[in-house]
Ligand binder design. Structure first.
Ligand code: AMP
Length: 400
């Protein structure tokens, strides 16, 4: 971070969208911890921090009378824990903008922290409303965006607000900067061979990503439910595995494109199969092209795990998005776990690894391997869009 924060009030967009239990206790504070280095940097350099974030989707879960459930979605839920983590008594304003917010922001002294109310209590937030952004901009002298998870949304607090700050008055926080650098390294100048491992439920969710990856990866390993659309398109028998009938032609086009570009595209040779979509279902294994009728592939099989781990092992850059199977069910988590271990091992040997996308990140965290990956992304959708080659409005707004 380059701005001189001495005597300045920094308006900081953070991602404090943390999960809460029914008593509003934070059940996972990863996102809050992720923002601490940026907040501390501002305070340590003589500035004050005005923090804004969304929490949940308050406008999607209105009270019976049509109003916002402020008790449930107030950002005040994070204030106590943030105070403990920072060792600073954090102030809270129950408005995002307005007289009170202005007064509290104006009175803030160096070293102090103010949390504003949930950005999504204001209808203008998700619309990227200019007058809301202008009111927000008035609260701070400089603007910092450290919320990579919402960088793909052109909201008032993530994007529009930045236009009211000139060059040198806005920058990325440390978390955002690390995300952008990791993704850029993967896209622009990755060490090779570069292997992408793509899993998850459906081809349709990742068409753009797959198309784009074929342009620049050396190996593309496909797992998860989406593999069966490819296998079926090739004429395989996949039983009652998840198949998107209308994506078979696309699957064939992708296979052809990979061949023409010299990309090694692998599908799982074998699968862990079940007679039902259930952890207590009967389990067996089969060649992925010969899954018996009435059975479905719910994880990559042992041969596939070995083959994929071998490719990962020989890679210098690894990009992983999406689980290899229904990893939420213990019986079908082995493929995802094997990949997580292989990526960690390759990283230990010096490969650069980036894990992005909610479920693969969850798998890596569950296995306690996050520290053994070069970069674990905090922004599922944002990272996906970045890797697809889209320009993220929250990033562009800082850079222009
Ligand atoms: P995505 O959000 O696209 O990364 O997909 C993640 C979801 O895909 C997880 O909830 C997995 O349970 C699911 N999934 C992975 N493999 C399979 C499979 N073989 N059949 C059905 N669902 C799967």
């Amino acid at each position: 971070m380059k701005i001189d924060y001495k005597g300045k009030k920094a308006l900081v967009r953070v991602d404090f969208n943390v999960p809460l239990d029914s008593n509003f206790n934070i059940t996972d504070d990863t996102r809050i911890r992720g923002a601490l280095p940026t907040i501390r940097h501002i305070l340590d350099n003589g500035g004050a921090a005005i923090l804004m974030s969304h929490l949940g989707r308050p406008t999607k879960k209105l009270l019976p009378d049509g109003s916002i459930d402020k008790e449930k979605f107030t950002l005040n839920h994070v204030v106590g824990h943030l105070s403990e983590l920072l060792n600073v008594k954090v102030k809270f304003c129950n408005e995002l903008v307005g007289d009170k917010a202005q007064k509290m922001a104006a009175g803030l002294q160096p070293g102090e922290v103010l949390v504003l109310e949930n950005t999504r209590f204001e209808p203008g937030e998700t619309k990227g409303d200019e007058s809301l952004a202008k009111q927000l901009a008035k609260l701070g002298d400089v603007y910092v965006n450290d919320a990579f998870g919402t960088a793909h949304r052109a909201h008032a607090s993530t994007t529009t607000v930045a236009q009211f700050f000139g060059k040198g008055e806005k920058e990325f926080g440390f978390l955002m900067d690390a995300e952008v650098k990791a993704a850029q390294k993967m896209l622009r100048n990755p060490p090779r061979p570069l292997t992408a491992i793509i899993g998850g439920a459906k081809v349709s969710d990742k068409i753009l990503l797959l198309e784009r990856l074929i342009d620049f990866v050396d190996n593309l390993l496909i797992g998860g439910g989406m593999a069966y659309t490819f296998v079926k398109a090739q004429g395989g028998n996949v039983g009652k595995s998840l198949v998107e009938e209308d994506k078979q032609e696309l699957a064939l086009t992708l296979l052809e494109k990979a061949k023409n570009k010299g990309v090694q595209l692998l599908l799982p040779e074998d699968s862990a199969i079940a007679d039902q979509f259930d952890n207590s279902a009967k389990v067996s294994s089969a060649n992925s092209h010969a899954i018996p009728d009435g059975w479905m592939g719910l994880d990559i099989g042992e041969k596939a795990r070995k083959a994929y781990a071998g490719v990962v092992h020989d890679s210098k850059a690894i990009l992983w998005n999406g689980p290899m199977g229904v990893f939420e069910m213990d019986n079908f988590a082995a493929g995802t776990k094997a990949i997580a271990k292989a990526v960690a091992k390759a990283t230990q040997k010096g490969a650069f690894s980036l894990v992005g996308g909610g479920d693969s990140v969850a798998a890596v965290n569950q296995m306690g391997l996050a520290d053994e990956i070069s970069h674990v992304s905090t922004g599922g959708g944002a990272m996906l869009e970045f890797l697809e080659g889209k320009e993220l409005p929250g990033i562009k707004a800082i850079e222009e």
